[in-house]
Design a protein around this ligand. Structure first.
Ligand SMILES: [Zn+2]
Length: 211
């Protein structure tokens, strides 16, 4: 099973994964991971015929940055090495957030922890300012993104994806290198990654946005 394979790969190796290896993961996804998608459908109470094609293509194919795509894949599978997972995999003994000491979970680490919550306030303000949409932040938005027929959907979904990647990257930089984990640090990671990947509409507006 692909999940087992992913779980055993460490972060360093994943960051060096070739596009060929990544492609094989994509192919495996189609075959073996319907259960994951079904579990989200059930959780979000969407119709069973929800069309995942747009979502998956956007998250795992369209974007150019492989690390971001891997982060998307692992987010959908809830297998990013956050502490709640490290605890589940018996790598660490405590599954609590070390920044606020509350019990960590998928939704806690990505949305509810006060540090990320402040970061998301900036993201929401940014999206409202430049893409004219008031986001309702919840798990469904993280996984499924905003409706694809909305005028600025591609930009908004890119922002949502890079925001989740920035949380992950900043968290790992803290875990492995002891770097600061704050809403400001996450925002900086977010901005740097967008600028590095030169995502035009977003890069241009981020340069002038004052959070
Ligand atoms: Zn916390």
């Amino acid at each position: 099973m692909i999940v087992t394979k992913i779980k055993t790969l460490d972060t360093i190796k994943l960051s060096k994964m070739t596009s060929k290896e990544f492609y094989s993961i994509l192919c495996s996804f189609k075959k073996s991971d319907l259960a994951v998608l079904l579990s989200w459908e059930e959780k979000f109470d969407v119709t069973v015929d929800f069309n995942w094609k747009n979502v998956l293509e956007f998250k795992l194919k369209t974007l150019k940055n492989n690390k971001v795509k891997q982060c998307n894949f692992k987010t959908i599978h809830r297998i990013l090495p956050y502490r709640y997972n490290l605890c589940k995999w018996k790598v660490v003994s405590e599954g609590m957030c070390i920044f606020c000491l509350k019990t960590e979970s998928f939704v806690y680490v990505l949305i509810e922890c006060p540090t990320v919550s402040l970061f998301w306030k900036r993201i929401i303000k940014y999206v409202q300012t430049y893409f004219n949409k008031k986001l309702l932040l919840n798990e469904k938005l993280l996984i499924m993104g905003t409706e694809f027929n909305y005028p600025n959907a591609a930009n908004i979904n890119t922002v949502l994806i890079y925001a989740q990647y920035a949380i992950y990257k900043t968290y790992m930089l803290n875990y492995f290198q002891g770097k600061t984990y704050s809403s400001y640090a996450i925002w900086n990671t977010f901005k740097n990654e967008i600028l590095l990947d030169n995502i035009s509409d977003i890069s241009n507006t981020l340069k002038t946005f004052i959070p």
